[in-house]
Design a protein around this ligand. Structure first.
Ligand SMILES: NCc1[nH]cc(CCC(=O)O)c1CC(=O)O
Length: 293
C-alpha cells in the first residue's frame, strides 16, 4: 500500500511534500501526495494572525492524520504551534536551505538603510515590529497570498519591496527574486524558519525511524532549541518573535527578539553558549527578551 503524504496545495507546500515522498522512496517505501485545503489558505482577505489564534494551516492536516486519510502531514515547521496535538509527534527534519529573511524589491540594489523611507508589504507581526524597531518611519502595507502571489503584487507596484523567508524562495526555484539577504541578528528569523514539520501519529515508530535516519543534525538541533524558545515564551502567532542560532569560532550565539503583542516594544538579546549547553541556555535568552535581565 502506498503511504499518503498530506500537504497544503501551494506550490511551495507541494515541493516540501515531494521532499518527504523522496525520503520515503529512498528508504524503499512507496508514497504519494494528498492535497488538503486549510482555513489559512481559504481565508485570504485577513492578516494571518486574524484568521485564527494558532495553527491556521495545521488543523485540517491533523484531521486527515486522525482519520487515517494520510499517514504523514507535511507543514512548514514555523507555522506549527508550540504544543503538538495529543497523539501526534514531529519527526526530526532534514537539512534546511536557510533560516534568514530576504528583501525582495523592485530595484536591483538594496542597502538596509533604504528601508527608512520605503513602502514595505508584509503582514507578519514579527517583520513589522523589526522594521519599525530600526526604521520608525517605514511605511507598511498589508499583503497575503502564497510566495508567488506576493512577489507578483510587489512587482505590480503594491510596494517598494517585501520580506520573505529565503528558504521558501530557494525551494520554489525563485532565489533570483531575492534582492539581498537581511542581517539575521536584526531581522531575526521566525523560530524554525525553513525547517520542515513532519507530523505523524505517535505510534508510527516505523516512519519515525525512517525520518530520524534521514534527518540533519543541525536541523534537529535548531528544531529543539528554537521550539523550546517559542514554547517557553508561550508565543501565539500574533506575537513578534524571532530566534537565530549563530555558530562562531566554536561558540554558539543565540540571538532573540520578542514582544507580547505588535504594539509592545520589541526587545532584542543575545546569549553566548556552546552546542552542549544551548538547550539550557535558551531559557536565559527567554528571560532576557522578556525584559528580566
Ligand atoms: N508564514 C507563511 C510561511 N510559512 C513558511 C514560509 C516559508 C518557508 C519556511 O519558512 O519554511 C512562509 C512564507 C514566508 O514567511 O516567507
Amino acid at each position: 500500500m502506498k503511504l499518503k503524504v498530506g500537504t497544503r496545495g501551494s506550490n511551495l507546500a507541494k515541493i516540501q511534500a515531494t521532499a518527504v515522498v523522496n525520503i520515503l522512496k529512498e528508504a524503499g517505501l512507496d508514497a504519494e501526495i494528498v492535497i488538503i485545503s486549510t482555513k489559512g489558505d481559504r481565508i485570504q482577505h485577513l492578516p494571518i494572525h486574524k484568521v485564527g489564534k494558532n495553527g491556521v494551516f495545521v488543523g485540517e492536516l491533523e484531521g486527515a492524520l486522525r482519520e487515517g486519510a494520510v499517514d504523514i502531514a507535511v507543514h512548514s515547521l514555523k507555522d506549527m504551534p508550540s504544543k503538538i496535538a495529543p497523539g501526534f509527534t514531529l519527526a526530526p527534519p532534514p537539512a534546511a536551505p536557510a533560516d534568514v529573511d530576504v528583501f525582495v524589491g523592485t530595484g536591483d540594489k538594496f542597502r538596509e538603510e533604504d528601508l527608512a523611507s520605503m513602502v514595505v508589504a508584509t503582514g507578519s507581526n514579527r517583520r513589522i515590529a523589526q522594521l519599525k524597531h530600526f526604521y520608525p518611519d517605514v511605511k507598511i502595507v498589508p499583503i497575503r497570498g502564497n510566495v508567488e502571489t506576493r512577489i507578483n503584487k510587489v512587482e505590480s507596484g503594491l510596494a517598494d519591496g517585501t520580506l520573505l523567508a529565503y528558504a521558501g524562495l530557494l525551494r520554489a526555484g525563485l532565489s533570483h527574486k531575492a534582492t539581498a539577504e537581511l542581517n539575521p541578528t536584526r531581522f531575526i528569523p521566525s523560530p524554525s524558519q525553513g525547517l520542515l514539520g513532519i507530523e505523524l501519529a505517535e505510534d508510527r515508530r516505523d516512519l519515525l525511524k525512517v525520518f530520524t535516519q534521514a534527518s540533519d543534525p543541525r536541523a534537529a538541533f535548531r528544531m529543539k532549541v528554537e521550539r523550546s524558545f517559542q514554547r517557553e515564551l508561550n508565543a501565539s502567532c500574533a506575537s513578534p518573535i524571532g530566534i537565530h542560532i549563530e555558530e562562531k569560532e566554536g561558540e554558539i550565539l543565540l540571538h532573540g527578539c520578542f514582544a507580547e503583542t505588535a504594539e509592545d516594544p520589541l526587545i532584542y538579546a543575545t546569549v553566548t553558549t556552546t552546542k552542549e549547553k544551548a538547550s539550557d541556555d535558551v531559557f536565559e535568552l527567554v528571560r532576557k527578551v522578556k525584559g528580566h535581565e
